[in-house]
Ligand binder design. Structure first.
Ligand SMILES: NC(=O)c1ccc[n+]([C@@H]2O[C@H](COP(=O)([O-])OP(=O)(O)OC[C@H]3O[C@@H](n4cnc5c(N)ncnc54)[C@H](OP(=O)(O)O)[C@@H]3O)[C@@H](O)[C@H]2O)c1
Length: 218
């Protein structure tokens, strides 16, 4: 089975993603800035979920077939720069949004670019794919119960890489909706901020996106 290394795998989203991928049969390496922290998280998750994870540094995570990044978006330059050669030719999945909290929650675009655009510009050698941005960390643990309730957007300028990622999404029991055109990478990040805002405004809600086809038979 394909191996997937998670950069920032010790965090809320990264750890739950590791569990979802592990349950779907993927070999997962949990990466961290700190080797011991990555190893410890892997051990904890393995025991708790009766799965087998490896842990280590973010560079260790980059030894996997596919790399998935779940770090804070404003850390892209700091964390990615020392890893750039490890990304060459690989699929690099990213699920990051630079959220600005305040009275109104919004996606903030550093250098007026989405996370996708910043990574593409930083590492043109990688096959960058954005996905699961509008999917909350807690929903990852409820798969496949949440399958019917929300769709997952998949955005990339690389068709083959997007297809590979759609397969992973499908193996998680979810429907991937392919989004063409990098301009929409900002739209999706804005939709993520909107979902967080709605969760705040409607206490106890858990917002996700599900596309419906309104076409009639006329
Ligand atoms: N939480 C969600 O529901 C959700 C949903 C969709 C997308 N996301 C995206 O996923 C990413 C991570 O979110 P999260 O909620 O999982 O955050 P988190 O719990 O804070 O985890 C982020 C991880 O990134 C690593 N990291 C590297 N540099 C860091 C820094 N300067 N400060 C803090 N952590 C740093 C940390 O791992 P080490 O210390 O081990 O290096 C940390 O465990 C964000 O880009 C977010 O937009 C989150």
């Amino acid at each position: 089975m394909t191996s997937i290394g998670i950069i920032g795998g010790t965090g809320s989203f990264g750890s739950n993603l590791a569990v979802a991928l592990g349950r779907a049969g993927y070999k997962v390496i949990i990466g961290s800035r700190n080797k011991e922290k990555g190893e410890k998280r892997a051990e904890e998750l393995s025991l708790k979920h009766l799965l087998s994870f490896k842990g280590g540094t973010n560079l260790d995570a980059c030894s996997a077939d596919i790399i998935w990044s779940t770090i804070p978006s404003d850390q892209i330059d700091v964390i990615f720069n020392p890893l750039i050669s490890a990304f060459t030719g690989k699929i690099l999945i990213e699920s990051m949004v630079n959220i600005k909290f305040g009275k109104f929650i919004k996606a903030e675009f550093i250098e007026n670019k989405s996370s996708y655009e910043r990574i593409r510009d930083l590492i043109p050698e990688a096959k960058v794919v954005s996905t699961m941005k509008t999917f909350s960390a807690s929903s990852l643990l409820n798969l496949p119960t949440t399958t019917e309730l929300q769709d997952v957007f998949v955005m990339s300028l690389d068709d083959d890489a997007a297809l590979e990622v759609e397969k992973i999404i499908s193996n998680l029991g979810l429907r991937g909706i392919r989004i063409q055109g990098k301009a929409h990478s900002k739209t999706i990040e804005g939709m993520t901020a909107l979902a967080i805002q709605l969760n705040k405004d409607y206490k106890g809600s858990h917002v996700g996106y599900k596309l419906v086809n309104l076409k009639t038979d006329e």
